[in-house]
Write a protein that binds this ligand. Structure first.
Ligand code: PMP
Length: 384
């Protein structure tokens, strides 16, 4: 009966990140730098709020778009941090992680044949969701601009079929940020055109050397932009599954229907935890960010010493060095590094074909792990 399975589902490939993670489990002494989630525990006051919610019996469905208090807190959070204005009543949806926010957004705006422009290399979570909607992903090569999407790179890819553009900054896997000046240029290219922007800002609280600027803060873009954010990275809450979609009411009112029939609402207990995070923990990311920055500086410095070519990440917790000079594919490099020195990284081709020739190193690990991994990596490349 397998031939009856929906071909768009059959065609979905297991992510390259998952493949490596599965392999690493066969190497018990391996040092893994593969993971895309914070290594810090969820702050204690958030845990306590969740326990209180359970004890108070707050275990029933919430309104479909989420608790109104949480939508108010999320709206106040993005207003004070990024100058964004969204009505808690009609323009904020609490989702099951940023992942589900992306899914309901794409399902709301795409039709079969809609083209979606995605800067590459990029997070592998977008393409399957686009394809499940019958959309056509079109990658825009950002290698020549240090992995930063520019208006100039984007312009030639826009066609009559282009329905939306996905932005992701700070970026997974490169840690690069599209700065305010370039966002303004992208805005002048897109404003008023019948093209949506999905701005995945899940790493907005983990940006190091500059303030985070949301493209939706540019007045001309607000009406055609859906901002995706969440607490997985900022509050070390990956398992709680809380994300947010911020969109003008004319889009939100349709997204909320997809959301309702998809999950009804995000977990009530997680929503109470999120409410605590966004009221008494608005700056919880700061100490973690300080630690990530120290690690970034260390690993970046070590990679430069070893002769790697790489762009300095400005946010998130990833580095994306080139391995081109070793004349191995990213998968071969990764497999040999794992076999010979027991260090696991993610091959760049997991992040679209434009990631070939690179590896992704996550520094969401303690300093000791990073030091060991760098020593082993150095030994490995000396032998190559
Ligand atoms: N977008 C990007 C760029 C990510 O890296 C991730 C998680 N790795 C997500 C979205 C999904 O996050 P969430 O846990 O909120 O679903």
């Amino acid at each position: 009966m397998e031939h009856l399975i929906n071909p768009s589902v059959k065609d979905i490939q297991i992510s390259g990140i998952r493949k490596i993670a599965n392999l690493v489990s066969q190497y018990p002494d391996a040092v893994s730098l593969t993971i895309g989630q914070p290594d810090f525990p969820t702050p204690g006051h958030i845990l306590e709020a969740a326990k209180r919610a359970i004890d108070a019996g707050k275990t029933i469905y919430t309104p479909n778009p989420g608790l109104i208090e949480l939508r108010q807190a999320a709206s106040a959070f993005v207003k004070s941090k990024y100058g964004l204005e969204y009505s808690p009543e009609s323009e904020v949806i609490v989702t099951t992680g940023a992942s589900q926010a992306l899914d309901i957004t794409l399902r709301t705006i795409l039709e079969p044949g809609s083209e979606v422009l995605i800067p590459g290399p990029i997070y592998p979570g977008y393409e399957p969701l686009v394809r499940l909607c019958g959309g056509v992903p079109k990658y825009v090569d950002t290698r020549a601009s240090g992995f930063k999407l520019t208006a100039e790179l984007l312009a030639p890819h826009i066609t009559d079929q282009t329905r939306c553009i996905i932005l992701c900054y700070p970026s997974n896997p490169t840690g690069r940020v599209v700065d305010a000046q370039e966002l303004a240029a992208i805005a002048s290219l897109l404003a008023g055109k019948p093209i949506f922007v999905i701005s995945d800002e899940i790493y907005s609280e983990l940006i190091y050397d500059q303030p985070h600027v949301s493209i939706a803060a540019i007045a001309a873009m607000r009406d055609q932009t859906i901002v995706i954010n969440g607490l997985s990275k900022s509050h070390s809450m990956t398992g709680w599954r809380i994300g947010f979609a911020f969109a003008p009411a004319y889009i939100s009112k349709h997204m909320v229907k997809v959301h309702q029939y998809n999950v009804t609402c995000a977990s009530s207990i997680s929503q109470y935890a999120a409410l605590e995070a966004l009221t008494n923990g608005v700056d919880d990311a700061l100490p973690m960010k300080a630690a990530y920055m120290e690690r970034r500086d260390y690993v970046y410095g070590r990679l430069l010493e070893m002769g790697f070519e790489l762009e300095k990440p400005e946010g998130a917790f990833y580095l994306f060095p080139s391995i081109e000079r070793f004349k191995l594919s990213s998968m071969e490099f990764t497999m040999r590094l794992l076999d010979e020195q027991k260090v696991a990284v993610v091959p760049g081709d997991a992040f679209s074909s434009y990631g070939e020739g690179y590896i992704r190193i996550s520094y969401a690990y303690g300093m000791e792990v990073l030091e060991t991994a760098m020593e082993r990596l150095e030994r490995f490349i000396k032998k190559l």
